[in-house]
Design a binder for this molecule. Structure first.
Ligand code: AMP
Length: 215
């Protein structure tokens, strides 16, 4: 099963993807995680992406399409993959369609995680992420704090607030989402792939709803 996860920043795409990885053995492909890893390494990709990301803007489409094509063509996914945070624009969705046909791979569903806007702002501004690019575990100061303050439960690295999760960057990201990414809901409806899920509830419940909807 190959899935696209749609939804505003803070809708829970990362957390739900990690649950699907655990429960279904799927592979999570998060363009945000790949880009943060590249910035940490100081690679060319990281240097090109960093300014856009810190401002909360989208990284140019072609850069993202190249990352995805490389990943999908080099790796095998016996239990399928989850595209988390990609596509984010109509040109990316169209580019993905071409990549899929070149590689003879099929997308089975585009799952839209729907969350109220107030809840999104609350979730994003209280989110903390492990600074270790190989871990990137996600916490929440209210609903999922670390056991030891500021330290990742999994790997012991410091847990930080992402530079694009300040209030100003959150506003830019939400506006970018409405303008550029929300139109993908209609795009995938027309492709006959859209599944909408109420994601205001806890991530375990959201994951169960996704599994029962797609299976
Ligand atoms: P995320 O972790 O998915 O919220 O992504 C964090 C940031 O990485 C976004 O605000 C963008 O700057 C960049 N990014 C991640 N995925 C994409 C994408 N598919 N297209 C453009 N920019 C992206």
């Amino acid at each position: 099963m190959n899935l696209i996860l749609l939804g505003a920043p803070g809708a829970g795409k990362g957390t739900v993807s990690k649950l699907l990885v655990e429960k279904k053995g799927m592979v999570q492909i998060s363009t945000g995680d790949i880009l943060r890893g590249a910035i940490k390494e100081g690679s060319d990709l990281g240097k090109k992406a960093e300014g856009f990301m810190t401002r909360g803007e989208l990284v140019p489409d072609q850069l993202i399409l190249d990352i995805i094509e490389e990943k999908l063509s080099k790796e095998k996914f016996p239990n399928g993959f989850i595209l988390d945070g990609f596509p984010r624009t109509i040109p990316q969705a169209e580019g993905l369609k071409k990549i899929m046909s070149r590689l003879s791979i099929k997308i089975n569903a585009a799952v839209d995680l729907i969350v109220d806007e107030n809840e999104i702002v609350k979730r994003l501004s209280s989110r903390r992420t492990c600074s270790n690019s190989d871990c990137q575990a996600i916490y929440n100061v209210f609903s999922k704090p670390t056991k030891k303050e500021g330290i990742c439960d999994h790997c012991g690295s410091p847990v930080v607030q992402r530079s694009d999760e300040t209030e100003d960057a959150i506003k830019v990201r939400l506006n970018t989402y409405k303008e550029k990414t929300a139109p993908l809901v209609d795009y995938y409806k027309n492709e006959g792939l859209l599944k909408s899920i109420d994601a205001n509830k806890g991530s375990d419940k959201v994951c169960e709803s996704i599994i029962s909807t797609i299976e």
